[in-house]
Each structure stands twice: as structure tokens, then as C-alpha cells.
Design a protein around this ligand. Sequence first.
Ligand code: CDP
Length: 220
Amino acid sequence: MENFVVAIDGPAGSGKSTIAKLLSKEFDLTYLDTGAMYRMVALYFLDNNIDFNNIVQIKKVLPLIEIDILDGKFILNGKDVSLEIRTPRVTEKVSFAAKIKEVREKLVDLQRKISFGKNVVLDGRDIGTVVFPDADLKIFLIASPEERARRRVKDYADKGMQEDYNEVLESIKERDYIDSHRDESPLKKAEDAIELDSSSMEIGETLEVLGKYIKEKKGE
Ligand code: CDP
């Protein structure tokens, strides 16, 4: 079989990463969380006082940012930042890093290299439109902003962080807006993607629907 690519795109908190992880186990696919890579770049900018609007400075530091993913851990210049990249401090800024053309070029290149020759599932905003326009299966996973905010507050609580629902909802709406209105690879459904609204679906249900599509595509 040629390498098989599943692309899952959609807004913040629609369940992409949960679903992608489960699908990767069920179908023996390598999972690549592309959002985590943008989060690592945002963290680097924050920690090194890089102005998100200063493109000259950004071009200079981009080659210094080394991203590795080892055993599901996110390593930034040799340091495990898996937990740090999920903090609100990074979440609030990540979309400002992700709209920069040079940042996207570096990360898309890395995403294609990591995926080369493998059977993969990737989740993000531009996987089906830009990174892998020829993906075997493209899913556009959506849910209402309110449901996504509820899920995100629960995610934070599970990690011991108490976050205010209304603040999370506002932050999600802001990120949706920036991600969908930027010039570079905006968040949008690929023409040939299957749209799925997970607002009132259990994870198991979503998984079952997507599993069927994968089996169909693989000819099983
Ligand atoms: O997990 P959550 O839905 O909150 O977001 P994420 O997947 O970790 O992505 C964080 C941010 O990275 C997004 O809000 C986008 O600004 C950016 N991103 C992107 O531009 N392109 C991707 N392929 C993945 C993420």
C-alpha cells in the first residue's frame, strides 16, 4: 500500500487531537499534532522576547528553533515543553505566530518531512488545503464555540488549571477569527473534505463514523 494520509482540520477544541490520537492507534498510523508545532514556535518567541510583528527579527531567529517529537513528547531546542505549550499564555499568542508566512513555511516543510513514506494522521488548520492537498481522506471537524469552550475548560481542569468559561470562550472565538481571516493558509474546509459536526456526538460515535470512512478508503 502507498503511504496513506488522513487530514483532520477544524477550529480550536473541535476534538481533532482526541480523535486523531484514537484513529492512529486503531489504524496503526503515525499521529502528527501540527498545532503543537505552532505552539512551540510561539513559546520560543515569548521566552526570547521576540516581537510577533517584527519580521526581520523573526527571520533571524527561525533557523535557531529546533523542533523534535520523541515518543509523543515535544522537544524545543533540547527541552521537553509538552506541558508548557498547552498553557493559556501560549494559547493566547499562538495564532499570532501561526499567521506569519515564514513560520508556516518552516513548519509545513517539517510536517511533510516527518510524514514522508509513512501512514499518517495529521490534525491542524491547513492539512487538507495546503500540507497534503492529495490526502486520502480529509475531515473537517466542527462544533459550536460554546461546546468547544466547555471541552477546553474541562481539559484545563483535568490538568489542574482552573480557567474561566467566558474567558476561554472569548479566546476561542478570537483564535477562530484570526485563523480563518489570515492571508496565509486560512482555516477553511477543503472542497473535498467531509464535514462532521461533533457538538452533540460522543467521542466513540465520531470515531466510529471516521473509522468507517478510513476502511472505505483503504478498500477494507
Ligand atoms: O488544540 P487547539 O485546537 O486549541 O489548537 P492547536 O491545534 O493546538 O493549534 C494552535 C494554533 O496553531 C491554532 O489556533 C492555529 O493558529 C495554529 N495552527 C495553524 O495555523 N495551522 C495548523 N496546521 C495547526 C495549528
